[in-house]
Design a protein around this ligand. Sequence first.
Ligand code: NAD
Length: 296
Amino acid sequence: MAKIGFIGLGNMGGPMAANLINAGHALTGFDLSADAIDTFRGNGGDSVATATDAVTGMDVVVTMLPAGTHVRQVYLGDDGILAVAKPGTLFIDSSTIDVQTARDVAAAAAEAGMMMIDAPVSGGVGGASAGTLTFMVGGPEGAFARAEEYLNAMGKTIVHAGGAGNGQAAKICNNMILGISMIGVSEAFVLAEKLGLDHQKLYDISSTASGQCWSMTTYCPVPGPVPTSPANRDYEAGFTAAMMLKDLKLAQDAANTSGASTPLGAEAAQIYNLYTGAGNGAVDFSGVINFLRGIS
Ligand code: NAD
């Protein structure tokens, strides 16, 4: 049993922390939200009043925060958590953040004598609750080996993607594919409608032909062909358009700083920017098909 500090007990962090408790670990948590703390305590966690209290004396610390600015603020500086942890503490940051922040914080952790991995996830709130998340991990081999036990308590698929920041790199590359492919599949259905081609017929053909992809066969943006897709529940999220926009922007930032050419990624970011700007941030990202139809 390890003593684990957990900072960021929101929609994802809450159930992830609960799975660590269920695996027999002693959890001490901190969040700015009183509701998040209440839920955590209800699940058997012990809450403290500050982030540094959640780190003092811990073997392992997990953070699940909204964005890179929060991660920098919590980890770095004189009152950051790296300054108070005992040397050798393992830090697991599962927030989805920019690659540069992940690398900067990992370097600061190493300098302070800590072990650290970036370990962003896919699988959403459902995967967090069921303990079936996919973890994409960046960091040294030794830190990855030590973290595996804890990641296995929260997820099903754990992939070591390379050095510091490579977990974040994998996450934004994957989600750039997803954002582009969802728009591509949606455009095909919109064109099919104009041409008098039935949704189910297009699905039956493309799902077994070269147009096959996850956005078609698992998350189909029209109701009917895939009964479990959000299109069948009026695009209730799922994975919100705001989250997709966040990840596409992170991909564009990384493309700009690294000099990668990603014209379709840029266009997808622009489309999701317009879609969320029209009041659809909380809608599932597959609802972008309505935007392409011009009806949202
Ligand atoms: P959330 O907003 O529900 O939770 C974030 C929590 O962090 C909140 O409870 C907030 O109060 C807390 N927080 C913010 N600043 C803090 C601070 N300084 N100290 C302590 N607590 C602080 O967000 P979420 O949906 O749980 O997402 C968390 C991360 O996971 C994000 O980076 C997101 O991109 C990523 N993610 C989310 C999903 C999803 O489906 N929700 C899927 C994959 C990845």
